[in-house]
Design a protein around this ligand. Structure first.
Ligand code: PEP
Ligand code: MN
Length: 354
């Protein structure tokens, strides 16, 4: 792994700054407050990928001068998002220290290839956000294009995934994705962007803590000197002071050299939590389908219990239990409970209480 530690200092590495550079005053004021709180790497969007036209799309190249001023006046390293070849050339010309590629861009192999070609021979850190869709191969593929172009200082940013279903957060974290990318590419640093997962500042702490417990290397968090009046992503930004207070609340568990350390235990528990969340989600989906079957049975005058169907289910899972080294007793209990709940749900539909 490249020595990002030299850039960022100890874990967790923090990249902070506004969603967008709006004015020179706002950029510099935010940067100075962050620097005073010990932040070493500043972020600000100059070109903003907005889903629909008409929203603030960034100040463009003019903002690069403001970032240069931030660098000169605070000593922080500065970073911004690039989405096309022009952005790359202008950022490099302006002396931007770190660039990242956004979620809409990393989902597009043509765009990724063009960016990779334009970055040939460049030696600055490049972070790649996860694509908007949860496709780990697409994410790895984006990284491979940059590696093929000779980029050495590569990192990953987990920022969550678009979801059709209404969810609590703005973007679904799908924690198994950062776990899987870390398994596939343990050599690359991984940081979490809780801001774009959360969508609202109140969720930033819980998401950041979860990410740290999954052993991410750092956090990219949006911070603005006047969040309420931010021109983009107002609800998810924190003042530099609020960011400082949030960071102080995070528990960073250090790795001990051998055996099951408390750190490893927390990591394993965080993984279990992710799987348990998935179980709940799957059970909810299963019961919703069961309800639909109940309606069908009611309309077609069918009995709730169809014994041959139940026999098929239980036989199949008994066999799978054996193949997967799971105890038959456990699988029987689980499926009996699930089946019983389905029957109860369907019974309520077919025989509603008067
Ligand atoms: C951002 O970091 O401001 C941004 C637009 O991120 P994403 O690509 O994750 O939406
Ligand atoms: Mn943003």
């Amino acid at each position: 792994m490249i020595d990002f530690k030299q850039l960022f200092g100890s874990r967790p590495w923090i990249i902070a700054g506004p969603c967008s550079a709006e004015t020179q005053e706002q950029t510099l004021k935010t940067a100075k407050e962050l620097a005073a709180n010990g932040i070493k790497v500043f972020r600000a969007g100059i070109w903003k990928p907005r889903t629909r036209p008409g929203n603030f799309e960034g100040v463009g190249s003019e903002g690069l001068d403001w970032l240069r001023t931030v660098k000169n006046e605070t000593g922080m390293l500065v970073s911004t998002e690039v989405a096309n070849v022009k952005h790359v050339y202008e950022s490099l010309k302006a002396g931007i220290d770190i660039i990242w590629i956004g979620a809409r861009t990393s989902a597009n192999p043509f765009a990724m290839q063009e960016l990779a070609d334009s970055l040939k021979g460049v030696d600055i850190p490049v972070f790649v956000k996860n694509p908007v869709n949860p496709d780990v191969d697409l994410w790895v593929g984006a990284i491979e294009r940059l590696e093929d172009a000779g980029i050495k200082q590569l990192g990953l940013i987990h920022r969550g995934f678009s979801s059709y279903e209404k969810i609590l957060y703005r973007n679904a974290p799908i924690w198994q994705m950062p776990i899987e990318i870390k398994r596939r590419r343990p050599d690359l640093p991984l940081i979490c962007d809780p801001s774009h997962i959360a969508g609202k500042r109140e969720y930033l702490l819980e998401i950041s803590q979860k990410a740290l417990d999954l052993n991410v290397d750092g956090l990219m968090i949006e911070s603005h000197c006047d969040p309420e009046n931010a021109w983009s992503d107002a609800k998810q930004q924190l003042t530099p002071q609020a960011l400082k207070e949030m960071l102080e609340q995070l528990v960073v568990r250090e790795i001990s050299p051998e055996g099951i350390s408390p750190k490893l235990l927390d990591e394993l528990r965080a993984k279990i939590d992710v799987l348990d969340d998935m179980l709940i989600d799957l059970l909810k989906k299963r019961m919703n389908i069961s309800e639909k079957i109940g309606l069908y049975k009611k309309e077609n005058q069918m009995a709730v219990l169809q014994p041959h169907r139940w026999d098929t289910i239980i036989n199949k899972y008994m066999m799978m239990a054996g193949e997967n080294n799971l105890s038959r007793e456990l699988i029987t209990k689980i499926f009996q409970a699930i089946h019983q709940e389905s029957i109860n749900i369907q019974d309520k539909i077919i025989n509603p209480k008067k």
